[in-house]
Write a protein that binds this ligand. Structure first.
Ligand SMILES: [Fe+2]
Ligand SMILES: [Fe+2]
Length: 179
């Protein structure tokens, strides 16, 4: 469903379902990402409800069970790229988009794409994709120097593209180029 049509009680239901599904740590990370995504959206004049929802659900398929992710991805014919084969835990991103649609009833493609690409990004990301890509990486629980730099940058200038660039550079070191 489009985020604008989501009443507050849908958010409460989503939070309750996520709490069951995720570890306590990942659930708290999801709440912080949602709140931070909402703040970033305000810096860039973007729909803050959509940003909150995408941030809340971005890790809905997060698990440390690689076999589960591979099996669920195969069932949905999610293409196993080289990066996914090398690090199957990354599959929680595309699989999360599938679960958001199937189990949470989200149909807004902007939200689904923001979930799908929140870890590796892609070329020509839309604004919500960029917001979630950086919000996940720089929510207030993240302590890395790059995360702190992004928080400072966004609060001071709201420069989303520069924030994306900082995360891309860090990702390239971890996962290889074009991430
Ligand atoms: Fe994630
Ligand atoms: Fe995350």
């Amino acid at each position: 469903m489009p985020a604008k049509k989501n009443p507050a009680n849908s958010i409460c239901k989503f939070q309750a379902a996520l709490k069951q599904r995720l570890t306590a740590e990942k659930y708290r990370h999801s709440l912080r990402t949602a709140e931070w995504a909402k703040e970033i959206a305000a810096f860039c004049n973007y729909d803050s409800d959509a940003a909150y929802l995408a941030g809340l659900l971005h890790d809905c398929a997060k698990t440390s069970d690689a076999d589960y992710l591979l099996e669920q991805a195969a069932r949905r014919r999610i293409r196993l790229t080289k990066k996914y084969r090398k690090n199957p835990l990354l599959l929680h991103s595309p699989l999360g988009a599938a679960l958001a649609r199937e189990e949470f009833g989200v149909s807004d493609p902007k939200i689904l794409n923001a979930i799908h690409y929140h870890t590796l990004g892609r070329a020509r990301m839309g604004r919500l994709e960029k917001i979630i890509y950086v919000a996940d990486y720089s929510e207030p629980g993240r302590r890395s120097p790059a995360a702190q730099e992004i928080r400072r940058l966004l609060r001071k200038t709201g420069d989303l593209n520069q924030a994306v660039k900082i995360k891309r550079e860090t990702n390239a070191k971890i996962f290889g180029k074009a991430a």
